[in-house]
Design a protein around this ligand. Structure first.
Ligand code: GLC
Length: 674
């Protein structure tokens, strides 16, 4: 057994270990060592043969179950279905929450109290109290407190002035599971500051194709890293769900959202069952092992040939939502559908889908059409299309979680975190996370770190652009309708550099036109993708994965300034790994910063020596996805035939490594062929 334990999970590249896993698994199978109760910190990477039983640390108890049973026995059918309904705050009032016995509300990205983008924490808390009070004033024999869910996916990113942490793709590069837990805990406190009790996080996609518009929401393409981070994030976010300052987490999107063909958002996942079980399920095993009590169903479909399914949408898939999750893995919490996700099930609509509820969805996210949903679903039960036992099971699960959270005990404003955020502490944590999440890919002739007392020229579309720095899900859903004024506490990299070396040493010109590079000791080009979320971020085949095919001005500006004796340091903000050979060739040093959030000081900490001329902070980030070597890489960008990535996952330089990169081949393809 000791031998087997050696395979303690390291920051390994999943693919490289698969062969070893196969051997270990055969040995383990032979001696019966397979660890089927896949806890969050796998000691050996096993090839699971079926959905594993998970021992959750948060379990129900007889007293709770008895209480739930007695409450349900006093509920009418409409009260039960109201409890299963989640409406969006733009389309429901507290009065209607009371009248229709609504169990939950959410705010989508870009929705704030009174639709005021700059709403204060007190505004959020007041609205949360209003919904809570309304839910407790219904004419039910036993009123049930409402629960409000929010997409706090990199800090409480919806709230004006909140600290925004690096998106998950950067946290994956930090390779620091403890840090992920700290960020989960900080996010929970920031969510409680608004009076809200539920964060729709973390995304546990194991992304295969960087074309996916949600690649940045994924930690890694290594399922074991995703599993460990799912565990730590939920531990941080939820604790035991009983403490003030923790919130309900939502492991999403269950499952296989990161494995669709061509990375098409909400598309078709053609994985085998074993692939689903051993790759796309791993993040959920981690989160479940930490006690996550909510799972969000995924939009994508799964073409489960073993079941003879024709790419059924998972919102209607009984095998995954009930047999696998609830029966085999033993999940006692509740499943929420995604935004109008039920409508994607064959024969369903936004306001009507008995198939989805029968498949295992317990709470329906029906933002606008919630009244019709309640009417239609009531009829479904009355006319036998949904058995009452399924309704009772769904309501039992919802009540169980609300009781575990103690929602009856305090109203939102009574939390000691309500209306308060420890911004200084959050900014310090975020800055540390940024330092650990950015990756040094090139540093020819050790041009970095820079001296702190020389003149630098800063250029680029992202030097002073907080939106490009934070990406999607930042104040708004897409993140592209904001200005720097919408991030009052944020620090752009330009601002951070000025603070680091003094304003007098910094010249900023977005395109560097009319500037003589010879006047400077270094040129820092800060370039990036513009923000996107979900489908709007998809890079649909046959588009190339090259940065410059979409942002040609940036490379043109750098080309104009390079090679005149002043070194060029490029910093790229991106939601995914991209083909950037032209940028890398034009730069003496190249940093992949992904989407660092509001605290760009974490990058300037690394770029410059301290005032004493010594290295204060060194790079430690290592890619959690491979970096493409051409504009049209294979789907997973892993070695394939004579293709190999420019940099493998786990690649990243630090200042002790004297690695020079020669000229890279250029691939100017504007479209890719299959
Ligand atoms: C979105 C996303 C999901 C999010 C939900 C609520 O469509 O798929 O991640 O939690 O809707 O905003």
């Amino acid at each position: 057994m000791a031998k087997l334990q050696e395979m303690t999970r390291k920051k390994s590249n999943y693919k490289n270990n698969i062969a070893k896993i196969a051997v270990i698994s055969l040995l383990a199978l032979q001696f019966g060592f397979i660890n089927q109760s896949a806890n969050a910190k796998p000691t050996i990477q096993t090839q699971l043969k079926d959905w594993p039983k998970i021992n959750s640390p948060i379990k129900s108890d007889a007293a709770t179950e008895a209480k739930i049973k007695s409450i349900i026995s006093t509920m009418t059918l409409r009260q039960k279905i109201g409890q299963m309904t989640q409406a969006e705050i733009r389309y429901i009032t507290p009065k209607e929450v009371q009248e229709y016995y609504i169990g939950s509300v959410l705010n989508g990205g870009g929705a704030w109290p009174a639709m005021n983008k700059h709403a204060s924490l007190d505004d959020w808390v007041a609205l949360s109290d209003a919904f809570y009070d309304a839910s407790m004033k219904t004419d039910m024999k036993n009123p049930i407190p409402i629960i409000w869910g929010i997409d706090a996916v990199h800090g409480n990113n919806n709230v004006y002035g909140a600290t925004i942490f690096p998106h998950n793709i950067g946290l994956g590069a930090a390779h620091d599971a403890k840090l992920v837990g700290e960020i989960g805990a900080a996010t929970a406190r920031a969510v409680r500051a608004t009076g809200i009790q539920w964060a729709f996080a973390p995304t546990l996609a194991v992304v295969q194709n960087q074309r996916w518009g949600r690649s940045y929401e994924s930690f890694s393409n290594d399922p074991y890293q995703v599993r460990e981070y799912g565990y730590e994030y939920i531990k941080g976010l939820q604790g035991d769900l009983k403490q003030d300052g923790t919130v309900l987490g939502s492991a999403k999107h269950y499952m296989g959202d990161g494995g669709t063909k061509d990375g098409i958002n909400e598309g078709q996942n053609y994985s085998s069952r074993l692939e689903m079980i051993n790759k796309h399920g791993q993040g959920f095993y981690g989160a479940l092992s930490a006690g996550v009590q909510n799972i969000m169903a995924t939009y994508n479909s799964w073409d489960n040939s073993a079941l003879g399914d024709t790419a059924g949408k998972i919102h209607g898939n009984h095998e995954l939502l009930t047999e696998a999750l609830k029966q085999k893995m033993g999940f006692e919490g509740f499943v929420v559908s995604d935004w109008n996700g039920i409508a994607q099930v064959k024969g369903c609509a936004n306001d009507h889908c008995p198939q989805s509820i029968n498949a295992g969805v317990d709470m329906v996210m029906v933002p606008e059409d919630w009244k019709a949903f309640i009417d239609n679903t009531t009829k479904d039960v009355e006319e036998g299309r949904i058995p009452m036992s399924r309704i009772d099971d769904a309501v039992t699960r919802i009540l169980r979680v609300k009781m575990q959270m103690g929602l009856w005990d305090i109203k939102p404003s009574q939390s000691k975190y309500a209306g308060k955020i420890d911004t200084a502490a959050d900014q310090e944590l975020a800055r540390r996370a940024v330092r650990k999440s950015v990756v040094l890919l090139k540093n020819n002739n050790s041009v970095l770190p820079l001296a702190p007392n020389k003149k630098v020229l800063v250029i680029g579309n992202s030097a002073d652009n907080i939106s490009n720095q934070t990406g999607g899900w930042s104040v708004t859903w897409q993140g592209n309708e904001n200005t720097n004024e919408d991030f009052p506490n944020a620090t752009s990299l330009l601002k951070a550099i000025k603070a680091q070396i003094g304003e007098g040493n910094v010249t900023y010109s977005i395109d560097g036109k009319g500037v003589n590079p010879k006047d400077y000791s270094a040129i820092i080009a800060i370039v990036g993708e513009t923000p996107y979320a979900e489908t709007k971020g998809d890079l649909r085949f046959p588009a190339p994965l090259s940065y410059s095919s979409r942002f040609g001005d940036e490379i043109a500006n750098i080309e104009r300034l390079k090679g005149q004796g002043t070194p060029v340091i490029s910093v790229l903000y991106s939601g995914r790994t991209l083909y950037t050979n032209d940028l890398i060739n034009a730069s003496d040093a190249f940093v992949a910063a992904f989407l660092p959030g509001t605290e760009a000081q974490g990058i300037s900490d690394l770029l410059f020596k301290g005032k004493d001329g010594k290295i204060k902070y060194d790079f430690s980030g290592k890619l959690s996805f491979p970096w493409p070597s051409d504009a049209c890489p294979p789907a997973t960008n892993e070695p394939y035939g004579n293709y190999k990535p420019l940099f493998n996952a786990n690649y990243g330089l630090n200042y002790s490594q004297k690695t020079n990169i020669g000229k890279l081949k250029l691939d100017k393809r504007e479209t890719c062929q299959k």
